[in-house]
Design a protein around this ligand. Sequence first.
Ligand code: AKG
Length: 346
Amino acid sequence: MTAKQELNISSMEVGELGVLHLRRYWLKRRLEVEGRLDLDSVRDEHGLDSTLMQGLGLGIVEPSEYLFHQRPTYAEFEQWIMQKLGGSPDRALVERLNKMVSCYLEQPHRTYPVTGAAIQEPVLSAANLEFWQENGYVVLRNAVSAEDCREAELAIWDFLGMDPQKPESWYNGQHMFWVPLFQHPALNKNRAASRIRKAFEQLWGTDDLWATVDRSSLNRPEYGSIDISGPSRLHWDVSLAWPIPFGVQGLLYLSDTSAEQGAFRCVPGFHSRIGQWLEELAPEQNPREQDLESLGPIPITGSAGDFVLWHHALPHGSGRNLAHYPRVVQYIKLLPHDHGIHPVWK
Ligand SMILES: O=C(O)CCC(=O)C(=O)O
């Protein structure tokens, strides 16, 4: 067995970029790759690691892959970050991140959603919020402009080397469903869209949120025997260990999406029933392997620019695309640094 190494860099030690916790994050990934990290000793830093990487505008996937494959020195890691971001993160962002790290380490985590908070310039109406409470999802219409959608959609087509007008180009190459394009001005613009931010603020009950840098997807019409079904099996992205902390996921339709066009699907209202449903399962029954289709999922349709928000306790997944044009989606989530994470994955 490989000896565990002491994690001897504190969150307060900084490098050239002056970002707290970044050096420790780098060392943790390095020790992890080498099988020398005592995971139990750092489990409660998971939210901090993830907020730091999202807050820097890097997301989780690319830094993890880079650190895993390249095993850089810390100076090289900082250089890579600057190259990804097109320069150093600006002063105001570094200050906000450093404040976040200090709060994470020093203050007790809050319970979400915060009730009674007054969010300025709300975008979800009282009827929207009532619908959310009952169904665990809500659609924010016209969250971004048609033009911003089109720019993002074109960036995705371009990245995949496909032509939206030429179906014969859609089935070339390695593409399955997910699109690992993270850094693009059009995608960043949507991540910063004020209507999307406001909707998340209203649901979390705070304006102290960080946007994730997530991938996109292109869900093509079914064709022959090629497996392009993506995450069509209903699932959860959160641990089902009880209690499930509050959490909100979201996706932006970049193309108009009808019910049969592979629309997002979820089981309305299940966030209120999941506790009892889990309790009624026998101990040997894995909740993820039950017949979730029988719970009654419905497709959530939308026009380009509409944004779907759903409670992460809803079983959800994409639909099969039985129409003629791909469904194109950008995933966007905003969350507080101290959002709850159950320590046990179930
Ligand atoms: O793209 C979709 O419709 C579903 C996405 C999904 O399953 C997920 O984000 O976990």
